[in-house]
Design a protein around this ligand. Structure first.
Ligand SMILES: CC(=O)SCCNC(=O)CCNC(=O)[C@H](O)C(C)(C)COP(=O)(O)OP(=O)(O)OC[C@H]1O[C@@H](n2cnc3c(N)ncnc32)[C@H](O)[C@@H]1OP(=O)(O)O
Ligand SMILES: O=CC(=O)O
Ligand SMILES: [Mg+2]
Length: 557
């Protein structure tokens, strides 16, 4: 037991976050030692790779267009290599539920009947210290099947019925490389959120998972290139050695959700080949990445309203087809993405519409060759299951049966941004403003995923909203007006619309809408485009050193 009201240093790791329930079970001295080793081995390389991201972005801004890499041609052309065999618990991934790692959602996900659960420290989680540490406690308990919960309303949750002997395989998604964890310092430096989430989960659970016949499995978000995948591979090798578990125990599914990674899919699998499980089509961050990277490349790279950028747009078809081909060529699983439509138990009509939309989305993915796909809500598990059952029959995946040899690597297809049907409208501008502000408000209250207008919103969709506004202003795009006619999207006009949309929001005591407006406007209307919406928001509001937190706590910053 250690003191709880001030920063404490244990074996050169300083805990600056406020004390959390059951923290002592997670932040043990051995676990902190393990984290410190990972930090000292890998944080320098992480910093170099983050700088490299900036350099690539700068090149794109100056007119360079990404393409398949000449220096890795032999990897792509060599037909002989494959990734490691599918690991236990990952052979049949037809339906994966995703969601944050709070206690109630953890139990609900474990009871959902899905084949896998993406336990999310990323897009659907607000990275507050309490969420991040609480998530580790909940995962530890869920793996040991010792988890229950009583809600403030008195509803009781526990792992349900005997029919659920096959619980979903847990796949943890740590934060991306860009986010710091300000509440754990090694030698005075903040740790990478990615290494904290990976390291604590791995340290506490890898052996227990092996004992239960599965393993420590991960989703790797927002990877931009194969060098970042190589860094993860090095982390896995060292972590397995430190814990004395066999090399190749870890399995990672990489989200292809940046435009640059789409040109390096096979190279990413190659770097991770002894630990690779598959690739996932993270559609929302992918759209965000396209806007972000080409934001100052003029009208050819401007997308229409968010609602128009669907999976049937030519550039999205090209991306998903090439992803399935890359995976199946290398013996890896291809996992589909998230349809935005959320069921609504209180509104049968909206519910039916959501089920239909999700069915349509999963049907397209299954027939494109995906081995499984994501759902955001337990009520969607049966819908997706039925679709994949129909395509898979007695088989567990389509890796051998649907090789997609009809598809070829195609740079032009990936970059067919201007071929996206649709238009920019006043309603689309308003929607981005309203939904973006509402989402950030939820994030600031600790909820990283929210249903808004029956659509799932998370960090990735909010990034699209604020980036579209920025791009439309800076490209001088034209929007169709609600009452007819059109006008140029200017900062002043967006400000007017934002004031109107903000004025329409019903306020409640203790809400965070003023802060949300500050965060959203600060990134959508800024002259300088911030790389991630969550970076300034974290520093200002969630970090223990954040000025706003210190103000709230009544201490000077
Ligand atoms: C871009 C990407 O990265 S996509 C992946 C990241 N995003 C996500 O994972 C989103 C996951 N989904 C969610 O968080 C939620 O479904 C939301 C926030 C969108 C909607 O949640 P709610 O408003 O609570 O929906 P609703 O009231 O219909 O939920 C009904 C029940 O299902 C549970 N539930 C809903 N979604 C999930 C989920 N993903 N996992 C587990 N349980 C869930 C709720 O906890 C609730 O349980 P209760 O009846 O015991 O209270
Ligand atoms: O993480 C998934 C995405 O769509 O973004
Ligand atoms: Mg994402």
């Amino acid at each position: 037991m250690y003191p709880t009201d001030q920063p404490i240093t244990l074996n050169s790791v300083t805990i600056t976050g406020p004390h959390q329930p059951r923290q002592e079970e997670i932040l043990t001295t051995d676990a902190l030692d393990f984290l410190a080793t990972l930090h000292r081995r890998f944080n320098g390389r992480r910093a170099e790779l983050l700088t490299r991201r900036e350099e690539m972005r700068q090149r794109i801004s100056e007119g360079w267009t990404p393409d398949f890499l000449p220096e890795t041609r032999t990897i792509r052309e060599d037909d002989s290599w494959r990734v490691a065999p599918l690991a236990p618990g990952l052979k049949d991934r037809r339906v994966e539920i995703t969601g944050p790692v709070d206690r109630k959602m953890t139990i609900n996900a474990m009871n959902s009947g899905a084949k896998c659960w993406l336990a999310d420290f990323e897009d659907s989680s607000s990275p507050s210290w309490s969420n991040m540490l609480g998530g580790q406690v909940n995962l530890r308990d869920a793996i040991r099947r010792q988890i229950d919960f009583t809600s403030p309303e008195g509803k009781e949750y526990k792992l349900g019925g005997v029919q659920l002997v096959d619980r979903p395989t847990i796949i943890v998604r740590p934060r991306g490389w860009h986010l710091d964890e300000d509440h754990l310092l090694v030698d005075g430096e903040p740790m990478a959120g990615a290494l904290v989430d990976f390291g604590l989960y791995f340290f506490h659970n890898a052996k227990e998972l092996l004992r239960r016949g599965v393993g420590p499995y991960f989703y790797l978000p927002k990877t931009e290139n194969h060098l970042e995948a190589r860094l993860w591979n090095c982390v896995f090798v060292v972590a397995q050695d430190l814990l004395g578990i066999p090399q190749g125990t870890v399995r990672a599914t990489v989200l292809i959700e940046t435009i640059t990674a789409a040109f390096e899919m096979e190279e990413i699998l190659y770097q991770l080949r002894n630990h690779a499980a598959g690739l996932n089509a993270g559609r929302w961050d992918y759209i965000f990445s396209i806007i972000k990277n080409f934001r100052d490349r003029g009208e050819d790279f401007v997308l229409p309203d968010r609602a128009d950028v669907t999976m049937t747009a030519p550039m999205m078809r090209s991306y998903t087809d090439q992803l399935v081909r890359a995976c199946h060529r290398r013996g890896a699983s291809a996992i589909g993405g998230m349809a935005a439509f959320i069921p609504n138990r209180r509104d049968p009509e909206a519910n039916e519409k959501a089920l239909d939309k999700v069915r349509e989305d999963k049907t397209r993915e299954a027939s494109d060759g995906f081995d499984g796909s994501w759902v955001a809500h337990p009520d969607l598990v049966p819908v997706a299951m039925e679709v994949f059952d129909a395509v898979l029959g007695e088989t567990r995946n389509q890796i051998r049966s649907n090789r997609r040899e009809d598809v070829q690597p195609d740079a032009e297809g990936l970059l067919a941004v201007s071929g996206t049907p649709g238009s920019i409208t006043e309603a689309g501008v308003r929607m981005n403003l309203e939904v973006g502000i509402r989402y950030v408000e939820s994030w600031l209250r600790g909820n990283g995923a929210a249903a808004i207008h029956n659509l799932m919103e998370d960090a990735a969709t909010a990034e699209i909203s604020r980036s579209q506004i920025w791009q439309w202003i800076n490209a001088g795009s034209t929007a169709r007006l609600a009452e007819g006619g059109e006008r140029t999207v200017t900062r002043e006009w967006v400000q007017e619309l934002m004031d109107e949309e903000f004025g329409r929001i019903d306020r409640a005591e203790g809400d965070r809408f003023d802060d949300a407006l500050e965060v959203f406007a600060g990134s959508a209307l800024a002259e300088e485009y911030p790389d991630f919406l969550t970076l300034p928001a974290y520093r200002r509001f969630l970090s223990a050193t954040a000025p706003a937190r210190q103000e709230l706590a009544g201490t000077p910053a």
